[in-house]
Design a protein around this ligand. Structure first.
Ligand SMILES: Cc1cc2nc3c(=O)[nH]c(=O)nc-3n(C[C@H](O)[C@H](O)[C@H](O)COP(=O)(O)OP(=O)(O)OC[C@H]3O[C@@H](n4cnc5c(N)ncnc54)[C@H](O)[C@@H]3O)c2cc1C
Length: 309
């Protein structure tokens, strides 16, 4: 069995999460002779494919293979944690503007960043049973942890076992891109795979990529009290993101997100967007699902074409 991943911070909420989405004591089952459906990847797509097929009531044999965390990006490092901290950030923003609604806000609005992130971890852990290994198992799906690799058109190997199948669904999703920006590796950076592990608020944050997720994260962290710069390579944000940018600018809460012109990314001195005390956030760009062939981080997405949920 692969080593269970370490979730940071290693608090009780993340332990609960891990026990659901990659139980440390999980033993892969004895494979069936032949699966009607084999699903690789237990993110949103894989879970729906596996649970939906097993639930048809046709007695179909279904296997689900996951190398990391069930629930994939959405539960662990995507929709769920982002929407949790967005909710907190919205409360903070509304308190700043409460007077417009006839409510006198307190003299100062203080964001407890650690508490925001802890709330997110608590909620994420609370809903994790829905995506858990035990739940899928209870639906009749054989759950295997480990990296799946095709041996031939009807055989996949995982952790030394051979799974034979009639049909396979490849639902291996995407990974965060590590764009080739001079200086980026040296200063260090966050991606969606690490940003939700923060427990301390970065004083300043450069968000690279002005797509939906980049804008979403820029606004959220700005509302949580970071000084945010949004860097985007295109000449303009897309319409929805433009509206968001205007909204951020209108808010005037003291920490405005700025849109940096196209040429600032990928060339010239401005490309070195971080210093040791600056957080740098690279939003995920969509990548080809090449993980099955060990081609992680193949860069299909490019900066400025940030993930389109
Ligand atoms: C910050 C952020 C916010 C988002 N917000 C939203 C939102 O509000 N609404 C929305 O609809 N979408 C949102 N998204 C997008 C959403 O998270 C993705 O569209 C969704 O998670 C994709 O699901 P998936 O199943 O295709 O892939 P993934 O979730 O990436 O799952 C793929 C799984 O396959 C596994 N895997 C890969 N290779 C192998 C292998 N060889 N063997 C075994 N397992 C393997 C991976 O470990 C992973 O668990 C957001 C994304 C991010 C990053």
């Amino acid at each position: 069995m692969p080593e269970p991943p370490t979730l940071l911070p290693p608090d009780s909420y993340n332990q609960v999460l891990l026990s659901q989405v990659h139980p440390p004591d999980w033993a892969n089952p004895q494979p069936a002779d032949c699966y009607d459906l084999l699903v690789i990847g237990a993110g949103t797509a894989g879970l729906v494919a596996a649970a939906g097929t097993a639930g048809l009531g046709l007695g179909l044999k279904v296997a689900l293979v996951e190398r990391h965390l069930m629930g994939g990006d959405c539960l662990n490092v995507g929709c769920v944690p982002s929407k949790c901290i967005i909710r907190s950030s919205r409360i903070a923003a509304e308190m700043h503007h409460a007077e417009a609604y006839g409510v006198i806000p307190p003299a100062s609005v203080v964001v407890d960043f650690a508490a925001v992130m802890e709330r997110m971890r608590r909620l994420r852990a609370e809903i994790s049973p829905a995506d858990s290994a035990l739940r899928l198992q209870s639906l009749g799906v054989d759950v295997f942890f480990g990296e799946g690799q095709f041996v031939d058109a009807h055989t996949l190997t995982v952790e030394g076992q051979f799974l034979h199948f009639k049909k396979a669904v490849i639902a291996t999703g995407a990974r965060a891109a590590h764009p080739d920006i001079p200086g980026l590796q040296e200063v260090g950076f966050l991606t969606n795979e690490t940003v939700f592990s923060l427990t301390e608020r970065p004083p300043r944050l450069a968000v690279i990529g002005g797509g939906p997720i980049g804008c979403e994260m820029a606004q959220t962290f700005q509302r949580l009290g970071c000084q945010v710069i949004l860097l985007h390579r295109g000449h303009q944000l897309r319409t929805a993101e433009q509206r968001l940018d205007q909204h951020i600018q209108r808010q005037g809460t003291g920490h405005l997100a700025a849109l940096v012109p196209a040429h600032a990314i990928g060339q010239g001195p401005q490309a070195q967007v971080g210093t040791a005390d600056q957080g740098v956030l690279v939003v995920r760009a969509y990548l080809a699902s090449h993980a099955l062939r060990g081609e992680d981080h193949g860069d299909r997405g490019r900066l400025g074409h940030a993930a389109n949920p």
